[in-house]
Ligand binder design. Sequence first.
Ligand SMILES: Nc1nc2c(ncn2[C@@H]2O[C@H](COP(=O)(O)OP(=O)(O)OP(=O)(O)O)[C@@H](O)[C@H]2O)c(=O)[nH]1
Ligand SMILES: [Mg+2]
Length: 215
Amino acid sequence: MLPFALAPDPDPAMREAGRKLFAGQTEFLKGVVAMAGLPPADRPEICFAGRSNVGKSSLINALTGRRGLARASNTPGRTQEINYFTTTGGPYLVDLPGYGYANAPLKVVEKWQRLLKAYLSGRASLRRAFVLVDARHGTKAVDEEIMTLLDSAAVTFQVVLTKADKVKEKDRDKVLAQVRTTLAKHPAAYPELVLTSAEKGTGIETLRAIIAGME
Ligand SMILES: Nc1nc2c(ncn2[C@@H]2O[C@H](COP(=O)(O)OP(=O)(O)OP(=O)(O)O)[C@@H](O)[C@H]2O)c(=O)[nH]1
Ligand SMILES: [Mg+2]
């Protein structure tokens, strides 16, 4: 199989497991601004990382089927805290502030980035980081920086391409090739990609099944 192939459609049992997990109650737990504020690491968690505006909050809303659960907006830098969401019987879902956003006061940006890096490299219960990449743009230098950090911390990360509805098929294939070339350099990269659209629902069932299937 091609390395970093697109995740196959889940089989019916896994699809059902994913549906069930996300049909359960999901709630906002808390917003965290310092490592000391993290909830007890009493269950596994997965996080959504990526450049500012890539669609992290929108993806959480699509997964949970709750439009306003994570605050999404067209203004980059919308998510400024580490936001924790609970699932019923499943992992915490963690919405992270975006990186690579230069348009906020420097001091503020530095504070988020420090927290983000501390979180990504120091959270023992973090099972997998989903690194979101815009399907129109592919990976950028800031993504590679985060991927290198995840390599060092031995945190498995899986790339999720976002906004698939905005890209033409031939452009998409070019981006996929570029992303695969980047991932080949990162030992912590999970060998499978997921193509999603929070807008159209593409890949959402697949991602639900992947999350439900993780231990
Ligand atoms: N067309 C399309 N637009 C999307 C999709 N996902 C997100 N968007 C839009 O992209 C913008 C940013 O989405 P957010 O979910 O707020 O992005 P974010 O990564 O959480 O951004 P920060 O919190 O600022 O880092 C919003 O205007 C969304 O409506 C998608 O799948 N398709
Ligand atoms: Mg956000």
